[in-house]
Write a protein that binds this ligand. Sequence first.
Ligand SMILES: C[S@@+](CC[C@H](N)C(=O)[O-])C[C@H]1O[C@@H](n2cnc3c(N)ncnc32)[C@H](O)[C@@H]1O
Length: 184
Amino acid sequence: MRSQAARSFLLLALLGCASAQKPGLRPPDVRYEPSPPEVVLAMLKLAGVTARDVVYDLGCGDGRIVITAAKEFGARGVGIDIDPARIAESEENARRAGVTKRVRFRNEDLFEADIREATVVTLYLWPWVNLKLRPKLLRELRPGTRVVSHCHDMGDWAPEHQIEVNGHKIYLWRIPERPQQAGP
Ligand SMILES: C[S@@+](CC[C@H](N)C(=O)[O-])C[C@H]1O[C@@H](n2cnc3c(N)ncnc32)[C@H](O)[C@@H]1O
């Protein structure tokens, strides 16, 4: 009788864990903290976002960066977040802002995500996450793609521009041309 109760308890505990996290996805590397609205606008202006851009926010939180890119600059946007609650919140916010045709949200690990379509990438992560992400950005993004980071730099990759808005640092880089491969 006691072992049957223990089995039921274990089953309920396992079901509880399964509903909290989508199978295959890890807990977030960075906890959620939204960029203030004036910082979001400054990031998009620093990147020179226009209606021709596709803005990817890696770790999109409540979706505010791609929603602002769509609403204020006419861009398309893709938000990626490992936390399914953030994706649900982003989708609801996009619906309320009337931009569902211009933005999409994907519940993925940013290190595994296909980001090749981006012309602008925005980040508000942690220093070690930026450094781990840097080789992927340089390998997968097209030359000329702009990368904007709120708060954290990219180590010895010097930014093209750096500004400060109400005490928040914002950095801009541009993906360089790849060196030509030597012939046979
Ligand atoms: C500091 S918040 C930034 C939110 C938003 N970009 C902004 O600036 O308002 C970082 C976000 O990254 C997400 N995140 C952390 N690790 C991640 C990972 N490996 N893949 C995708 N998203 C991740 C968190 O869930 C969180 O929503």
